[in-house]
Design a protein around this ligand. Structure first.
Ligand SMILES: NC(=O)c1ccc[n+]([C@@H]2O[C@H](COP(=O)([O-])OP(=O)(O)OC[C@H]3O[C@@H](n4cnc5c(N)ncnc54)[C@H](O)[C@@H]3O)[C@@H](O)[C@H]2O)c1
Length: 356
């Protein structure tokens, strides 16, 4: 094994300790906990002494992401689709399943949603359901337990912003196509945010929303079919396949390494200043897609050729967060340079290829 995940988890734990952030003795429900980001969240919670309940239906998550957590007595897994009702602390309820022995939840981290572009085509209805019905169900659980609610929204709520709205602040309302190929994701995340605002208004819900910008790292699904640019390019480079750049490659993205993002999540969950807020977390250093392809070729030493394909419909031209709010409220900034994160991700993918 070239990549050591425990080192990265320790780095997150150290950063949280420095900021006196601890979830010891808290009971936390993580929906989507078997996914890429959710499993990192579970790893941190379990090691901090929280009782971590991971709920997932393996729509896009993997058992391997959480298998090791079975050794911890403070970890529990529930196989369930969050767009269907579920109740905690009730042993009986006319609809949905009941988890009777968990009487009190302190925090709900609602992360369940497929998030890869290929899934927008294959699974638009489950995606819509996870972020609407699923968010409503998760909010219902939070309401019953008077729990803090944390929601993973996305930079996709901004759609394709005009030049003057890049870097994009949280106050930008978005330029989203409601009937386009990405609308199941973009619009359902927007609806998820609206559900949260409604629960805040009507039920005094304590809630926090993060808008995540492109985040990658170990455990992100690997392979060209998954439609996320970093795993695609690395997969193509490691296998000497053509690197497919859409358009002329001049569109920009900004990339965050997973440990920075996870640290940011926990800062949001912890800080009272973040109550009722929507906060961008990402990296504000922009790279063109062509630059990214060239960096991955260099780091992998690959012989792949770069080829160009037509740009997908509604693909945003620029994606870059305004991070002033995260800095001001959380004193958070991404710390990992792109190449460093990519090197670790490449090592992890190489380990995966060896084990296949
Ligand atoms: N990684 C990113 O760059 C990024 C960017 C923006 C937003 N997000 C958001 O962060 C969250 C996690 O994303 P990720 O990158 O880890 O993706 P992922 O696909 O690896 O994880 C999503 C998890 O949710 C689970 N899930 C999906 N639908 C479900 C349902 N109905 N019931 C229960 N579980 C369900 C999946 O099985 C998977 O384990 C998602 O809400 C996503 O929209 C991620």
């Amino acid at each position: 094994m070239n990549y050591d995940i425990e080192k990265d988890i320790s780095e997150i734990l150290d950063r949280l300790e420095k900021d006196n952030i601890s979830f010891n003795n808290q009971t936390v429900l993580v929906t989507g906990g078997a996914g890429f980001l959710g499993s990192w969240v579970c790893d941190v919670l379990v090691r901090q002494g929280a009782y971590c309940i991971c709920l997932d239906n393996f729509a896009s998550g993997k058992f391997e992401n959480i298998e090791h957590l079975r050794d911890f007595a403070n970890f529990r897994f529930i196989n369930h689709d969050i767009s269907k009702p579920i109740y905690f602390g009730f042993s009986n309820h006319p609809e949905g399943i009941c988890i009777g022995d968990i009487k009190k939840l302190d925090i709900i981290m609602h992360m369940a949603s497929r998030a890869s572009p290929f899934e927008f085509r294959q699974y638009p209805i489950p995606i819509l359901k996870s972020n609407t019905l699923g968010t409503m169900n998760a909010l219902g659980i939070a309401k019953a337990h008077n729990a803090l609610f944390f929601y993973t929204s996305t930079s996709e709520v901004y759609g394709n912003p005009p030049e003057e709205a890049v870097p994009t602040p949280e106050t930008y309302f978005g330029n989203v196509n409601p009937v386009g190929p990405r609308s199941c994701y973009d619009e359902s995340k927007r609806a998820g945010e609206a559900f949260i605002k409604a629960y805040e208004l009507q039920h005094n819900m304590r809630a926090k929303i993060v808008r995540i910008f492109n985040t990658s790292g170990p455990r992100i699904r690997y392979g060209a079919e998954f439609g996320r640019v970093i795993p695609n390019f690395i997969h193509q480079a490691l296998n000497d396949l053509d690197i497919t750049v859409f358009g002329d490659g001049s569109q920009t993205r900004s990339f965050t390494y997973v440990i920075d993002e996870i640290e940011g999540f926990f800062k949001i969950v912890d800080r009272d200043e973040a109550l009722g807020e929507v906060i961008n977390l990402g990296n504000n250093k922009e790279y063109t897609i062509l630059e990214l392809a060239e960096i991955i070729l260099e780091l992998t030493g690959s012989n792949s050729e770069i080829i160009f394909k037509p740009l997908p419909i509604d693909d945003p031209e620029r994606r870059c967060p305004d991070l002033k709010k995260a800095k001001q409220l959380l004193d958070w900034e991404p710390q990992t340079p792109l190449k460093e994160g990519l090197k670790k991700t490449i090592e992890w993918f190489k380990d995966l290829e060896k084990n296949e």
